[in-house]
Design a protein around this ligand. Structure first.
Ligand SMILES: NC(=O)c1ccc[n+]([C@@H]2O[C@H](COP(=O)([O-])OP(=O)(O)OC[C@H]3O[C@@H](n4cnc5c(N)ncnc54)[C@H](O)[C@@H]3O)[C@@H](O)[C@H]2O)c1
Length: 142
């Protein structure tokens, strides 16, 4: 199974970020523009949280707030559950399941090295299973 480093080589290591003082409205605008579901929140280049569509749904809409009145810092998740470059896709899937996270920032010695989502992991797992099936078919068919 692939490592996070291999995954990032394929999907790229660019990470979309926002500052904690920005409005939730602006965060949603970036997510819509980039067609993604979460942003890493950084301050002076260091990760301080993650803001996701789920945070918006649960902490803004359901509580009767608006995205223009609240800042990213008001609703971001401050427990940063991250992955390392040497971890495998399976290990990351286990982390996401246990911690109920759909996005993991990738940290390399404290520096931001990428972002992976549950969709990236599912894609890698399906592709690995397809490879195994083809190997077995080729073995059976001689
Ligand atoms: N075909 C593919 O390569 C692929 C990969 C991932 C997801 N998807 C599909 O997209 C849909 C939503 O995916 P999701 O729930 O995994 O989350 P998502 O929409 O947040 O992620 C989509 C892609 O954007 C990337 N991404 C997300 N936030 C990022 C950030 N802040 N900085 C940099 N990259 C970021 C993810 O790593 C992923 O590659 C699903 O239907 C999924 O199947 C397809």
């Amino acid at each position: 199974m692939k490592t996070v480093e291999q995954l990032l080589e394929e999907k790229g290591s660019e990470v979309y970020t926002i500052g904690p003082g920005a409005s939730v409205f602006d965060a949603l605008g970036i997510m819509a523009d980039k067609n993604i579901g979460a942003l890493l929140v950084t301050e002076a280049g260091k990760p301080v949280g993650v803001i996701s569509e789920r945070d918006y749904a649960r902490k803004v809409i359901l509580k009767g707030h608006t995205s223009k009145e609240l800042k990213v810092v008001d609703i971001m998740s401050t427990e940063i559950v991250s992955a390392r470059l040497d971890q495998t896709v399976e290990e990351c899937m286990a982390i996401m399941t246990e911690k109920r996270q759909r996005h993991l920032p990738v940290l390399d010695e404290g520096n931001v090295a990428g972002m992976i989502s549950i969709g990236d992991l599912v894609k890698a797992i399906i592709s690995h299973q397809q490879f195994v099936i083809e190997q077995m078919e080729s073995y059976i068919n001689g």
